[in-house]
Structures are given as C-alpha cells and as structure tokens.
Design a protein around this ligand. Structure first.
Ligand SMILES: [Zn+2]
Length: 479
C-alpha cells in the first residue's frame, strides 16, 4: 500500500500556535502508524505564502513582504524539528517548483477558464467574495468585518460544470469525508445550488504584485486558494522534469488530506472540481478535525490566549505534547487547559506508561534466564484482539479512542503483574506473556513517542520468538 498524507499548508501571516501544532502532530502520528504497518508513505506539509492578506500583514508590521514571509516560513518549518515530525517534504508556495506546477495545471484546465467581470463584495481576511445574501449588512460572517466592494476583470473557473460529478463522488464515498457529519454538510451546500463559477485571479495592482502572475497576462495574479490547493501536487514534483513521486504517490497511491473544519469547501468541492477539469485523479480521503478552545475561549490574539510551541517546550518534553494531543477527540471541538495537559502527562504518560515499562524492565533485570521463549505466552489471543481493535480505530482516525484501548492494555498488564506476583514467581509463561505485552505496548505507542520507544527497543533483543536477556541498562525517563 502507498499513502500520500498531507496537512493543510498554514497561511504564514502569523506565528504557529496550538491549532497548527495539533494538525501537524495528528497527521504525523497517522504517517508513522502507516509506516509501521508496512505502507510506503510520503508525508507532506508546507506554507501558503501568497495572497493579498500577506501584503497587508507585512505592511501592518512595517516589513517588506518577502522578508516577512521568510521569517514566518522559518517559524513553521522549525516545528518539524521541535516536534519530531517525519515529514518527507515541506513545500513553499512562493518557490519556483510550485510555480512551475501551477502553470502546468492552469494549462490543463484552460478550456474551463474564461475572462469575466467581477462585481461584488470581498473579505480580505477570507480572501473570498461574498454574495449580498451570504453576508447580511455586508459584514463578513466569519470575521465580522465590513466587506469591501470590488469591481474588476478576473479569470473564472467553470466550477459549476463539475458540481454534479463532485456530488456523486462524495455520495459514493469515492471522495470519503470524515466524519459523516461533514459529508452531509458539503452535500447540502452543493444541493442548495448557490455555488457559482470561481474567480481564480486578482488584479495585480490590488495585490501589489505579490503572488503568481497569470501566464501571458501580467495584469493578474492567480487567486491564492487556487494556487495553494495545488501544493498537494507540486510537492510531489508535478510539473517538474521528474514527476515520478507524483506518479507513485498521487496516481498510484491513496491520498489522505488532514484539514481543519473551516476549509472543507475548498478541499471537498473546489479542489476535486479543479482536478476533474485537469483530468487528474481526485483525493480518496479528507479528514476534517474540529477546533480547539483555550480554557473555554476561542483562540484569539486579542484575548492573548494563543499557545505557542515555546509555551509547551519551555515546560514539557516535546513527546508530552504529541502524547496529549493524540488523546483529544478529533471529530469534536475540545477545550485545552494546562491542568488537563498536566493530568495526561503526569497521570497517563508518566504513571501508567513510563512506570509500567520501568517495572517490566526491573523484573527482567532481576531474573536469571538468558532466554525466554515467547511462544509460551498465554496472552496471545487477548493481545491480538486489543491490537485489532486499536488498528480499526486508527484506520478511522479516531486516535483518542484507539489510545483508550492502549490505556486499557497498560492497566491490564499492571494488574497481571500484581495478581501473579510475577517479580517473585519468575514463572516462564508469565514472563513470556509479559514480554509479549511489552512489545505490543511499544508497537501501539511508537507513533506518539517515537524517540522514547526507539530507546526502549534498543534494550531488547528478540530472535525467532526468543527473547535474549542481555543486561538492560535503561534509565528512568520523563522525570
Ligand atoms: Zn472574512
């Protein structure tokens, strides 16, 4: 199996916060889970750097747009190192490789692109036009800011031509949207019949020259959403001299887009329509995660409750952040609090998981067997059932439920040790079962805390179902 796994590319008009970190980490957990299953995986993210909003954000800070974008890109790219993200590619939409692919794509769609006049209301924060009916009092429904009236000549994409086909693909789950609630929402938007052709360029003066110019028409730049969505293709080398990754992972692989719930329309309607026009395969899976509130409030700069990477990393190991975020519900809004974070870190990661591993190591250190036959385990069926159950939840992206199975396993093993007094009995079948349970624990938790699990695995040697008890030297961790 081949999997192409992506996050949405964050718009770099501000610094990364917990919302971005969450999406990056859950997508990384899924990528690592897939690799452990033996899949060939390409995991990609990047930064969305075009658009009029970028020019405005730079101006507000008295900065040159290019310098501002470079500075913010760096902050996002550094998350890779900080949270141990197993990214294979990080694409920037101001790069040459991206531009080449965007031009190729535009040409493939050119029969569906026409020049027209746009006369309407625009929200710069959304980078989107609104109909009067969609925005009462001409106030943006998302940003609560007054819309600006624009009249200009733009290129349009014949979105309406593909709506029936997109609808059918979603209905038949050929494009599968998780959770089902979001699938229904999108189908309702299409059925309402209000979607019009999409304006896909902007006046170059209004965007102050920032953006990808339309080929052969230097009065226009390409609409930021139209170019941004194409990162999923250009990151794989689409349009370059070597399209082998694109061929391998897009055309012959299964696509998984992880996105937030505010941008479903772009991914589930616009992008598939664009791909149909270009005669390129549509993505198979769109996984829509919900939003985070902070101590009951919406994340907002004005409220000053934005949580950055440093807020976490100055107090906790990075794996604690990965661990905590995986335990939150993906398909519901959830509330972050430092108390809760600390409870999960102290209570589950340190107490339930790390202590159990140390406890098992303590037992193995004190036994005199040089070899333990793992076929003597009496937990085989039980462990297998837990693992199957865990995989089913992971395959449905319900990471928090999958990890509640993990927690059950940890507690069960602790009970088993107590009940059988394994540290005294030193019974071979008990030890065999214990080591098997430990291996499953490592397998389940590796996507969350890969560095620690790697260290633990280094202490273990197993050959043909025989555990070789060399001296374990492993020291306590997560102090
Ligand atoms: Zn808006």
């Amino acid at each position: 199996m081949r999997s192409f796994i992506t996050t949405a590319i964050p718009y770099v008009n501000d610094s990364p916060h917990i919302g971005h970190i969450y999406e990056f980490i859950i997508a990384d957990i899924f990528a690592r889970y897939k690799r452990l299953k033996g899949d060939e995986v390409f995991f990609q993210s990047g930064t969305d750097e075009n658009g009029i909003k970028m020019v405005k954000s730079a101006e507000e800070r008295g900065k040159n747009v290019k310098d501002f974008v470079d500075e913010k890109y760096k902050e996002f790219y550094e998350l890779k190192e900080k949270f141990n993200l197993s990214l294979d590619k990080f694409i920037r939409t101001t790069s040459e490789e991206h531009k080449i692919g965007v031009y190729k794509f535009w040409d493939l769609c050119k029969d569906d692109i026409y020049l027209g006049n746009y006369n309407g209301y625009y929200c710069i924060s959304c980078e989107s036009y609104y109909e009067e009916s969609e925005a009462p009092d001409l106030i943006c429904p998302v940003h609560k800011k007054k819309l600006e009236k624009f009249e200009e000549r733009n290129y349009f994409f014949k979105l309406t031509k593909y709506l029936d086909e997109v609808k059918k693909l979603i209905e038949e789950d050929k494009i599968k949207i998780y959770p089902n609630e979001k699938k229904i929402e999108i189908l309702n938007i299409i059925r309402e019949g209000k979607i019009k052709d999409l304006s896909i360029s902007r006046d170059i003066k209004r965007s102050k020259g920032w953006g990808i110019p339309v080929k052969n028409d230097n009065s226009q730049v390409i609409y930021v959403w139209f170019d941004a969505l194409l990162n999923y293709l250009t990151g794989l080398g689409f349009g370059s001299k070597d399209e082998s990754l694109f061929e391998k992972f897009w055309n012959k692989g299964t696509v998984y887009h992880f996105i937030g719930k505010d941008i479903v329309k772009f991914h589930a309607i616009y992008f598939p329509a664009m791909l149909l026009s270009a005669k390129i395969k549509v993505p198979e899976n769109i996984i829509v995660h919900y939003h985070i509130t902070i101590e009951g409030e919406k994340i907002s700069k004005t409220l000053g409750n934005v949580i950055s990477a440093e807020d976490f990393l100055s107090k906790y190991p990075y794996e604690a952040v990965r661990f905590y975020l995986a335990h939150q519900p993906i398909f519901n809004d959830w509330d972050f609090s430092w108390n809760h974070f600390n409870e999960v870190y102290e209570g589950i990661l340190k107490k339930d998981l790390a202590n159990l591993i140390l406890r098992i190591f303590g037992i193995l250190k004190r036994i005199n067997y040089e070899e333990i036959d793992l076929t003597k385990s009496y937990l085989k069926n039980e462990l297998n059932e837990i693992f199957e159950n865990y995989k089913e939840k992971m395959d449905n992206f319900e990471f928090n439920i999958a990890y509640s199975r993990g927690l059950e396993l940890l507690r069960k093993i602790n009970q088993l040790i107590d009940h059988k007094r394994i540290w005294e009995s030193k019974n071979l079948e008990d030890l065999s079962s214990l080591i098997e349970a430990l291996l499953l624990i490592l397998r389940i938790y590796e996507p969350l805390i890969p560095e620690t699990v790697g260290k633990v695995k280094n202490e273990l040697e197993i050959k043909d179902n025989i555990f070789i008890n060399k001296k374990i030297t492993f020291a306590p961790f997560y102090k």
